[in-house]
Design a protein around this ligand. Structure first.
Ligand code: NZQ
Ligand code: ZN
Length: 393
């Protein structure tokens, strides 16, 4: 087992009526002037925002609002938010929504004290860690941003989608009421399930084989998500399974499933180019890419792919042929994604054939013009990225 540091400081308030504690939690973490940040219409329609406003008012906390975050959140809105925070002397950002809203809030939080343009962090031109504190009310279990150290932002001028990761981004608190996720369309529920599975699998598929506790947590998490997601496709208001999925999404990305192992993240990096170029849902993009990545790299640790096939996907073990077992596991995973209505190739994802030029452009951006690599299980250069995109097309 590799040496590791584990840091998950977010105070989680989970369950029915947990949003009754929003005001108290904001106060506890020092909020006096809040920027209330949210997305399109879902939180307004459900009455959640009304409740948040009431909660803040009841605690005597002043607030200013900025809505309009879109999936694949844009740097242009982040810049606007930074200006508002400065002008209004904001001391705390409260994100109400999913990964996109929370990531946008994180970007603003580091942008406010910084003198330059906030995009500098995402292109590794600046590395500051000073941030305004953030709290969140999670409405979609998926990205895991409520407990993660990452923020992923899209630059609307050039289509680049990039991340910035610092521990200072971790939310002070996260309010999670599974009932608030009943309104999620099946597509978003499925995208979320794939994303949390991938957060676990990006850490699971490594060359290491000696972290039993981490592997067992990961396998249990994956099986739980698969079972609950399947049930939610038929029963969207099933509290028990909304709750499993909601907590699984946080545990999948708060680093618990990565303790003692080395991680990969190639599928995520390949996907970020897809959502940067075609504005697709992140989870659907991951489903479209994973099988091709897996087939390309599986020989780096065939035993692990065979273990996954047997322990997670329930494939019979062909003891004489681990490659056949591994491939059956990959096929079973794709079949599961398809059963949730997820695409398992790029054509289905974007609704047209992707061109060689578009593949080359994505690989070029992903490798920073051919100067950098991705992946841990197998290190991938630009030519490998092109091969995987072609396999997935
Ligand atoms: O804008 P509204 O109207 O709220 O609609 C949203 C949005 O259209 C809707 N929604 C959210 N809660 C709902 C709801 N609809 C009905 N009922 C509810 N309760 O769902 C749509 C998707 O929301 P979004 O926040 O975009 O989804 P998600 O949480 O999947 O976030 C995706 C973003 O997170 C990034 C992705 O790249 C993508 O940009 N990621 C962030 C990570 C991190 N910070 O650690 C890691 C991930 O790997 C990922 O890259
Ligand atoms: Zn993800």
């Amino acid at each position: 087992m590799k040496d590791f540091k584990y840091y998950a400081p977010t105070e989680v308030v989970f369950g029915k009526n947990s949003e009754d504690q929003i005001g108290k939690m904001a106060k506890k973490y020092g909020a006096k002037r809040v920027l209330l940040h949210y997305g399109g219409q879902s939180a307004e329609r459900s009455g959640l925002l009304k409740k948040v406003r009431e909660q803040l008012t009841a605690e005597g906390i002043a607030f200013v609002e900025l809505g309009g975050v879109v999936p694949n959140p844009r740097v242009s809105l982040v810049r606007k938010g930074v200006e508002i925070c400065r002008k209004e002397n904001i001391d705390f950002i409260l994100a109400v929504g999913g990964g996109s809203v929370i990531d946008s809030a994180k970007a603003m939080s580091v942008g406010v004290p910084y003198q330059g343009d906030v995009w500098d962090f995402y292109i590794r031109k600046a590395f500051d860690k000073a941030c305004l504190p953030i709290g969140c009310v999670l409405t979609i279990p998926a990205a895991g941003s409520e407990m993660s150290n990452g923020s992923v932002i899209t630059n609307d001028e050039n289509g680049l989608k990039k991340d910035y990761c610092i521990n200072e981004f971790r939310c002070k608190f996260a309010i999670m009421n599974p009932e608030r996720t009943y309104t999620l369309p099946a597509w978003q529920t499925a995208c979320g399930a794939v994303d949390m599975m991938m957060h676990t699998m990006e850490r699971y598929f490594s060359k290491d084989d000696d972290m039993d506790i981490t592997d067992n947590i990961a396998e249990a998490l994956l099986k739980t998500v698969m079972n609950s997601a399947s049930i939610l496709m038929r029963e969207p208001e099933n509290y028990r399974h909304r709750a499993q999925i909601m907590w699984a999404g946080s545990v999948a990305h708060n680093d618990l499933t990565g303790c003692g192992t080395s991680d990969d993240w190639a599928t995520h990096n390949l996907e970020h180019e897809l959502s940067g170029m075609f504005d697709v849902s992140h989870g659907a993009g991951l489903a479209a890419m994973w099988g091709s990545w897996a087939r390309y790299v599986m020989h780096e640790n065939i035993t692990r792919f065979a273990r996954f096939a047997v322990n997670v996907m329930g494939v019979p073990n062909d003891f004489n042929n681990p490659e056949a077992t591994a491939l059956a596991g990959i096929r079973a995973t794709e079949k599961f994604f398809a059963s949730l209505g997820m695409p398992t190739d790029i054509h289905t994802l974007i609704g047209k054939e992707i061109s060689d030029a578009e593949i080359d452009e994505m690989a070029d951006k992903c490798s920073n013009g051919g100067t950098s690599t991705i992946g841990g299980l197998k290190v991938l250069a630009k030519k490998d990225m092109i091969e995987i995109y072609k396999m997935a097309r």
